[in-house]
Design a binder for this molecule. Sequence first.
Ligand SMILES: Cc1ncc(COP(=O)(O)O)c(C=O)c1O
Length: 406
Amino acid sequence: MPLEKMQQVLTDKLEEMKEDGTLKGDELVITGIKDPEGGNAPRYYVKGEEGGFLKMNSNSYLGLHLNSEVVEAEEKASEIFGSGPGAVRFIHGTYEPHVELEEKLADFHGKESCMIYSSAYATMTGIIQPLTSKETLILSDELNHNCIINGIRMAKPKGKGIFDHLDNDDLDAKLSEAVGEYDRVIVITDGVFSMRGDYPDLQELVSTVKKYDSEFQDGVFTIMDDSHGVGAYGETGRGTSEITGEDDIDLIVATMGKALGVNGGYVVTKSRIIDYLRETSPFYIYSNPITAPEASAAIKSLEIIESDEGRDMLSHLREMTNYFEKGLKDIGHKVIEGPHPVVPLMVGDTKKTRDLVEYLKDNKVLATAIVYPVVPRGDESIRFQICADHTTDDLDYVLETIDSFE
Ligand SMILES: Cc1ncc(COP(=O)(O)O)c(C=O)c1O
């Protein structure tokens, strides 16, 4: 039984993770959802727990995962196309909703073309490698998402560099040092950084990159992962490009599993680059796409975001975000302020952060503790995420609960 030895090795590893504080432990299981009632957001039923919970840690920023039109679009498409694609895209796994969704996403971002993947993680890891040559340098913000970090590892570029978080001067210095050493440079950043709700000054980043483009044989280009930005902020939900007034990011990657309320990921950019990626990107070629019903649901989500109803949702989301940030400050707490619906309450102590999250759970509120070693000691926080289906009653309840914590 060779696995007995492996099981022991892995048990020791799990013990180590427990001691380090990095073990995630048992997952909470949602068994049902109660529709919004009496001016309150939906409540989530959890296995082994009485009553419903208010979710203050959902990525579905507009609540579209429960929107009746989105659910209906998914159901209708499943009657026509069935539940799964049955094959990868090039082996007759491409359905009409996939193509329509790609066109709609390209239009939404004002880019020439789009390609969808099973997730944003697969998109990012799937595009970095085919775009990396043997003479490429990749420069990455120090707090970039794990999909970027692993995508860079898999791409094995000639050089890798990390620039300080949101620091365009440091990026400039790293580009300057690279002149003459590489043929191509890829600069990658998150749009919204999901732990903090902050984002880069894209106008500065783009002008820094443009300054160096002519210094490298294949140029310098930018990739941004705006998974937490698209559909979550900006007057029309176009995310970090809209908030910063800078459209000239070369490739935008995002998920459809957050504000769009569905599932899957995508990249938008120039048509010729998409043509090349369709032929070379392993996560696209050898892995199933999202289902046709999921694609239909995502099309409906985009239509809603583009409508007056969507504008109203985004405006309510902004209002609730400001309300909650102000409420936390009024009761004496420190927050990282900003327009994005991620509102980090800075606690600055691991035990106190965990205790407050537990206290919130005892009071039927779900929130997420961000503690050491995920963040440096002193930066421990609770990440609250505001949703368009939250009301002032919901947020007052959360604020009162936080204020009653001893
Ligand atoms: C910045 C960022 N990129 C990518 C992902 C992954 O998205 P998906 O679930 O579609 O793979 C996430 C989700 O946590 C994220 O925060």
